[in-house]
Every structure is written in structure tokens, then in C-alpha cells.
Design a protein around this ligand. Structure first.
Ligand SMILES: C[S@@+](CC[C@H](N)C(=O)[O-])C[C@H]1O[C@@H](n2cnc3c(N)ncnc32)[C@H](O)[C@@H]1O
Ligand SMILES: [Zn+2]
Length: 394
């Protein structure tokens, strides 16, 4: 493996991850996507442990087949009889490799080399629905969201990746209109905005079908944006309020959020009269990003499995996400707060969160981007609290 994160491409490379030992082949493989694969295993285990019926799982863009292999070994183990693993990669040259990697699994496997949309539409027509779909796509996965949702069972799980960072982070505004049907503006919490855009897109697609989605967890390292969601038969009452607009004044840094359902004019920001200008992103998801109780369960399971199966990086990620439900989308980098105070070091994040709580605000260290504070305090109050921390020498 390349410790520096470069792609592994040697043909006969033998690789270990979790309980799996397998060949990588000449195609795409990123060792540093390990947290996503660990989380895929934990989600699969979570579902299997609660299943009352046979399960069907789909690794839709399988690469060398590592996710399905790890599902088989680490989520099913000896209890594999009733589970079907469908393993697909659009590149037919990958099929022999996948075949040899998963041949020892004790469960029923169905291998294919089809374009993802064809496989999904056929499954929909044949009413073969999946309990879990892992869609680890290159680029944007937008056009596949509709068939993926239709191919999922109710209460089924979707783990979705997108590597299109430019559109949802506001660096390709035309692209965002095309691929998300939304305005995307540059924002310091760019990874979070991208995740919220993506969840908003999936929610709207599910709502078109009359169904709901429950975001389970969302994270990024700035390159790939990953979401796990549960498909719900019904749209939970009031969920439409979780779609909205996020506004940020580029000049004074003020942030505001409005649900689409109650959209009204934007109040003045904190700039001197007339000088401020809101940059507005959305519609995007303004509800929670993480489901805390589920993360708690995944952490407990990860700890039981131990560090060979679930890497320390994954465990740290889970703890970060669990500590920050992502319940309000107003997030500021501590560096920005420091520079708005005229320089000096940024406030200590933990202490800032405590001070915000003491003043009655909601606050957490962002689990999505480092060195950012999430709070419902408005910027002047937030800066005031930072100033008093400075006064205390913190
Ligand atoms: C990001 S890689 C998958 C990596 C793998 N899941 C892992 O964890 O190592 C994406 C894979 O999707 C396949 N692919 C790309 N477009 C596809 C499509 N439209 N249908 C099916 N497979 C596709 C590629 O051949 C590639 O192997
Ligand atoms: Zn302003």
C-alpha cells in the first residue's frame, strides 16, 4: 500500500483489511477510504443483527469486491445462509478478480458487470428489492438516486458516495443548478454544505415517491462526500421543514437559515446599513446530519470487534460524529472568529463550546470539519463570548 495515499494498482497485490485478505488487481483502490468500508461493514452488521427476514445486499460499484467480501466475513460470518450478496462493477475486466476474491464466502453471491442503472431498473421491474445498497460512485451519483431509492426496501439502508465536490461547495454554480437543482455558494463550512446539498437532493427524490429518508450519518475528508440514510415508507410529519436555505454575508460573516416552508425576507445582517450582501445556498437539508443513537450502537459494536476490524481512524470519526448531531447548519471556523476579532489565536474550541452552553446556546464542535463551531448563537454574541474567553486568557 502507499502510505501517502496514492492509488494501488499492481496486479497481484495482496491486501488485508478487517478480516478480509484479497487481491487488488489493476483497478481503482484507495486504502484511505478504509473508514467508509468499515462503516459499510458496521451498517451491514447493524441490519443483520435486527433482521427478521432474509436479506439482500447490493455492492453496486464494487471495484475489487472488498465491501461485499467484508460484509460476508464480518457482518454475516457463520450466519450467512439467508443472505444474498449481489456484487456488481460496470467494468467486465474486474469480474474474474471479484470472483476469486469472494469465492470462499459461505453465502449466496450474484456477480455481474452491468451498468448500475440497468441492474437497478431490472431489479425494480422484477420486484427484487435490496435491504442495503452501497453506492460507491465516481463523480456525482445524482442520476442513480431515483432508481436506487426505488430498488430499496422500506427501512432499507443506503450508503452513498459522491466525489463531485465542485458543484455542491459553490465552485461550479452552473454545475450545482444542473446536478442538484440548487444554488451553491462558497461557504467556510464547505464539506458540510456539500453534504447538506446531497441529503437535500436524496430527500427530494424520496419525497417524489411519497417516501421519507432518515439521515444516519454524513462525513467527508474534502474529496468524497458520504451519506448513510434509511428509506422510510412515510414522510415523517414536519420533515418538509428540514429543507431550506442557508445565507451567509461574505462581508460580516453573519449566517441565517430559513425553511422553504416559511420563507420570508432576509433580515439585515450585521454590516453597516446597506453594505452586507447575503450569499444564499439551497434548497438543502437543514435538519440533523447524524442519528446519535445509531452512532452510539455502531461505536459499541466497533469496540467489541476491536481494532483489527474497525480501524482507529474510523472509531475516532464515529466518536466525532456522535458528539455533534449536526442539528443546526450555522457553523463558523474558529480562525474566522479570530480574524473578525482583529487577529490573535483562535479560541480553544472545547472551551468555546462550554462558554456557549453556559450562555444558553446550542453548541458543539463540528464533527464534519475540524476547528469549526456549530451554534445557534448569532455572530455578535459568538464574538462577544470569544472576547470574554480572551479576557480570561483562554
Ligand atoms: C470508487 S470505485 C469502487 C471502489 C470500491 N467500492 C472500494 O471500496 O474499493 C468505483 C467503481 O465503479 C465502477 N463503475 C463506474 N461507473 C459505473 C457504472 N455506471 N455502473 C457500474 N459500475 C460503475 C468502476 O469500474 C469502479 O470500479
Ligand atoms: Zn453583513
Amino acid at each position: 500500500m502507499a502510505a501517502d495515499g496514492t492509488l494501488l494498482t499492481s496486479t497481484d497485490h495482496h491486501y488485508r483489511e478487517g478480516l478480509a485478505e484479497f487481491s487488488l488487481g489493476p483497478g481503482f483502490f484507495r486504502p484511505e477510504s478504509r473508514p467508509a468500508r468499515d462503516l459499510s461493514v458496521l451498517l451491514a452488521r447493524h441490519q443483520k443483527a435486527r433482521a427478521t427476514q432474509p436479506l439482500r445486499w447490493l455492492d453496486l460499484m464494487a471495484g475489487c469486491g472488498i465491501r461485499a467480501l467484508r460484509w460476508g466475513l464480518e457482518a454475516l460470518g457463520s450466519d450467512a445462509a439467508e443472505t444474498e450478496l449481489w456484487i456488481n462493477d460496470g467494468d467486465p475486466d474486474r469480474l474474474p478478480l471479484i470472483q476469486s476474491n469472494v469465492q470462499a464466502l459461505g453465502c449466496s453471491t450474484r456477480l455481474s458487470a452491468e451498468a448500475a442503472d440497468l441492474l437497478l431498473y431490472r431489479s425494480i421491474l422484477q420486484r427484487q428489492r435490496f435491504d442495503f445498497i452501497d453506492l460507491d460512485a465516481f463523480g456525482a451519483s445524482g442520476s442513480l438516486i431515483q432508481p436506487v431509492l426505488q430498488a430499496l426496501r422500506f427501512e432499507g439502508l443506503l450508503f452513498l458516495a459522491s466525489t463531485d465536490g465542485r458543484s455542491p461547495t459553490g465552485h461550479d454554480r452552473v454545475g450545482a443548478i444542473r446536478s442538484l437543482g440548487a444554488a451553491a455558494r462558497v461557504h467556510p463550512a464547505s464539506w458540510e454544505m456539500a453534504l447538506r446539498q446531497q441529503i437535500g437532493l436524496v430527500a427530494r427524490q424520496a419525497w417524489l415517491l411519497g417516501h421519507g429518508v432518515q439521515p444516519l450519518f454524513s462525513f467527508s475528508e474534502g474529496r468524497t462526500f458520504r451519506l448513510a440514510l434509511r428509506l422510510l415508507r412515510q414522510i415523517p410529519a414536519g420533515d418538509e421543514k428540514k429543507l431550506g436555505l442557508v445565507a451567509r454575508c461574505e462581508r460580516c460573516g453573519a449566517q441565517r437559515v430559513q425553511p422553504l416552508l416559511k420563507l420570508s425576507g432576509w433580515p439585515a445582517c450585521h454590516c453597516l446599513e446597506g453594505q452586507g450582501r447575503w450569499s444564499i445556498s439551497g434548497p438543502l437539508w437543514i435538519g440533523p446530519l447524524q442519528e446519535e443513537p445509531l452512532l452510539q450502537q455502531l461505536i459499541a459494536d466497533a469496540q467489541d470487534l476491536g481494532l483489527q476490524q474497525i480501524s482507529p481512524v474510523t472509531l475516532r470519526l464515529l466518536r466525532r460524529l456522535q458528539a455533534d448531531p449536526g442539528d443546526c447548519p450555522t457553523v463558523w471556523p474558529t480562525d474566522e472568529l479570530a480574524s473578525r476579532l482583529g487577529g490573535g489565536g483562535p479560541p480553544a474550541l472545547g472551551r468555546l463550546v462550554q462558554a456557549l452552553h453556559a450562555e444558553g446556546y446550542r453548541a458543539s464542535a463540528s464533527g464534519v470539519m475540524p476547528a469549526q463551531v456549530r451554534t445557534d448563537a448569532e455572530l455578535p454574541q459568538l464574538l462577544q463570548i470569544c472576547t470574554s474567553l480572551r479576557g480570561e486568557g483562554i
